[in-house]
Design a protein around this ligand. Structure first.
Ligand code: GDG
Length: 668
């Protein structure tokens, strides 16, 4: 099991794929099972120690299933996850069999952090593409919980190196020896695990090119390459070792002279003192992974150049590049330009090199590993606290029997029901969300009781509502978020404001049209009181991205007007501030001539929150689904909501029958 877990799924499936080597990745069901089993073993051990309220910090790609396993077993512990390797672009991540389980595994955490923003963005895109879950820059909502997301590059403990150089006699002696040995030469240094992601063969070939093309480097430049053997049970690593051995032999054979060997190759680990002395002595650190989560060597080199003038050559594909802008960034696949950059950097005046490395040093010293750890734990603590608040203050599952009894005993009742996502599930095309069989009948039965005022309060146009529910006797319809309302008394639609002009649409429409032109599959819906850009049919990621951009554009444009742009489910809607579901209740109450002692409001999206906010505290506010809400109660789905309404309708009919037979309780 250990082999399938470690050498297998971790290092032959996840490692190559996450480092953009899809050609090297293998998938084997037995190894996957071993990976799952190993994660379960970790869970079992953690559970023997964890107490409610403990913080558990899970590290890296070997344990991506663990957060969820822990969450399921102990909902009351606080779980953070940090990924040390890149999170690849969603087009690569999608290649992975079992990709859903891995994402769901991570989403068991309260807080998930990556080295860089681009990994975070890749993760969000994968969550969207693979699981269909929208997210914000810093959070994703899942199963009624919020998972906080972050980019938090790891640091080093610079003193581990600087102390050795400043106070340790043997290290200082070693440094003096190395300096003496390389006097008058350029000492170039590579330090890596012997891993195909680290770009060692590419570096050797680039060095060969440098020796061929920059003649002043001959006899002068020495590349000291420390390569620590790693994962030797995996075939690709053994092959790499042979390839590097061969290349070193060839280049040394081609260029060596009796006084100079271009490559000093150390295929073994070296002690920390030796490493510190090498970092301090090197004129240039050659850190050119083909892909790397972050790369600590770059930071360690900079720490050892405190007060020095060393040059850092850094691959743009290392996570560290995103925070080490003063380094010389190179594309390691571009051997020609990398060689040129190295020659150029070594020839720079010492002052300029010193200035660059000083700026890098300040940042490495400040953003050290202790600051990283503190921030991670503080953020995890905060994320967990907001989950616990919600656990305490979020909606409770609707107590159906209690609701039925409150309904039964109330003299008058108001029911305000959203349509899409509340009475009816979402359809791919808005026009397909027709009322399911039985819905109109249930609403009619409810509305038939004179004690009930029943309204469907929707963002839809009056034409949609009229078309689908216009025939239901006794039903109030509020269209366009309450901008226009139809009373069942005369079936006439009345706008909320009479002196309304829609001249604003001429200014806003061209902006939306511009977005339609850029987004295949998107369209504009014109309603009487609003304009809506729909992108449900567009590419999910592109759609989300443009929606943000559209809202940002409109915000500036509409700032001084009574219009606002809102994001809904796969839509951006521009509407009037007063077209707001929160205004509907007072209209109904004044039409009914009384406030009702029983009020039920049900909805599923942000516009329904306006309605919930406008109701008295003891109203039965019901959220359909699992998102964040201010409603007091929740039901899981529109089906459940319809079942509930059918039970209310049964109750209401029994009441009516009792009343008719003269035996009705006087309280009703
Ligand atoms: C993963 C991610 C991310 C190397 N040779 C010797 C030696 N080392 C030490 C270095 C450095 C460490 O090993 C290597 O760290 P890296 O960051 O380069 O790479 P990974 O091991 O692949 O680590 C990586 C990291 O996690 C942290 O999040 O940066 O991207 O892949 O500390 O000093 N140490 C000694 N002798 C050696 O010969 N003593």
């Amino acid at each position: 099991m250990a082999e399938g877990f470690y050498e297998g799924f971790s290092n032959q499936t996840l490692w190559p794929l996450f480092h953009y080597f899809p050609i090297l990745f293998k998938f084997d069901t037995r190894q996957w099972r071993a990976y799952r089993e190993a994660n379960e073993r970790f869970r079992d051990v953690v559970l023997t120690h964890a107490r409610p309220g403990d913080l558990v910090w899970v590290h890296d790609y070997q344990l991506m299933l663990l957060p969820r396993l822990l969450r399921e077993a102990a909902a009351d512990i606080n779980i953070g996850f940090f990924l040390h390797i890149p999170f690849p672009s969603s087009s690569v991540f999608r290649l992975l069999p079992r990709r859903e389980e891995l994402l769901e595994g991570l989403l068991g955490a309260d807080y998930v952090a990556f080295h860089t923003h681009s990994y975070l963005q890749n993760f969000r895109q994968s969550v969207l593409r693979v699981l269909g879950l929208d997210s914000r820059m810093d959070a994703v909502e899942v199963g009624g919980r919020s998972v906080r997301l972050d980019a938090l590059p790891i640091g080093i403990a610079p003193e581990d190196f600087t102390k050795l150089l400043e106070t340790d006699g043997p290290t200082q002696k070693r440094l003096a020896e190395i300096r003496e040995k390389f006097r008058g030469r350029h000492l170039l240094l590579g330090v890596d695990r012997l891993d195909y992601t680290k770009g060692i063969p590419e570096r050797l070939r680039t060095f060969r090119r440098l020796l061929k093309e920059a003649l002043e480097m001959r006899g002068r430049a020495v590349l000291v390459q420390v390569a620590v053997p790693s994962r030797e049970n995996v075939a690709q690593y053994r092959e790499l070792r042979q390839e590097v051995d061969k290349l070193v032999g060839r280049i040394n054979g081609e260029f060596s002279t009796p006084d100079w060997t271009p490559i000093v190759y150390m295929r073994r680990g070296v002690p920390r003192q030796e490493l510190a002395a090498l970092y301090a002595a090197a004129d240039l650190a050659w850190v050119t992974p083909l892909r790397d989560g972050l790369n600590l060597v770059a930071k360690e080199y900079v720490a050892c150049q405190k007060g020095g003038a060393g040059v850092l050559i850094l691959s743009e594909f290392a996570g560290a590049a995103s925070e080490m802008g003063e380094a010389f960034l190179v594309n390691p696949y571009d051997e020609e330009r990398t060689a040129e950059t190295i020659a150029h950097a070594l020839a720079l005046p010492e002052d300029e090199r010193r200035e660059r490395v000083r700026a890098l040093y300040d940042r490495v010293a400040r953003n050290n590993v202790f600051a990283w750890g503190d921030r991670f734990l503080a953020n995890l603590g905060q994320a967990a606290a907001s989950r616990t608040d919600r656990d305490g203050g979020g909606p409770a599952p609707l107590p159906t029997e209690e609701l039925l009894s409150a309904f039964r005993t109330a003299r008058a009742r108001h029911l305000l029901l959203d349509y899409d996502g509340t009475l009816v599930g979402y359809a791919k095309r808005p026009q397909d969300a027709v009322p399911p069989p039985g819905l109109a009948d249930t609403l009619a039965r409810l509305a038939a009781n004179p004690a009930n005022t029943v309204a469907v309060v929707s963002g839809r146009s009056r034409f949609d509502l009229e078309n689908w529910l216009g025939h239901v006797p006794g039903l109030w319809l509020a269209a366009e978020h309450g901008a226009v309302i139809r009373s069942p008394r005369d079936n006439r639609w009345e706008p909320y404001r009479s002196n309304y002009s829609d001249e604003w649409k001429q200014r806003v429409r061209p902006v939306l049209e511009h977005f339609v032109n850029r987004t295949p599959g998107s369209l504009i819906e014109e309603k009487e009181f609003s304009l809506v850009w729909h992108y449900r049919m567009a590419d999910a990621v592109f759609g989300e991205w443009l929606a943000n951009e559209l809202v940002a554009t409109l915000e500036g444009m509409l700032a001084e007007t009574e219009l606002r742009a809102h994001r809904g489910r796969k839509i951006v809607e521009v509407k009037l501030v007063w077209a707001n579901k929160g205004e509907v209740l007072s209209r109904l109450a004044s039409a009914a001539g009384r406030a009702a002692p029983f009020c039920l409001a049900a909805g599923d999206d942000r516009t329904d929150e306006d309605l919930f906010a406008s109701l008295p505290e003891d109203a039965w506010t019901v959220h359909v689904g699992t998102n964040r809400t201010r409603a007091r109660f929740s039901v899981p789905s529109p089906e459940e909501m319809r079942r509930l309404l059918a039970r209310l309708a049964d109750t209401t009919e029994t009441d009516a029958a009792l009343a008719a037979s003269g035996t009705k309780d006087a309280n009703l």
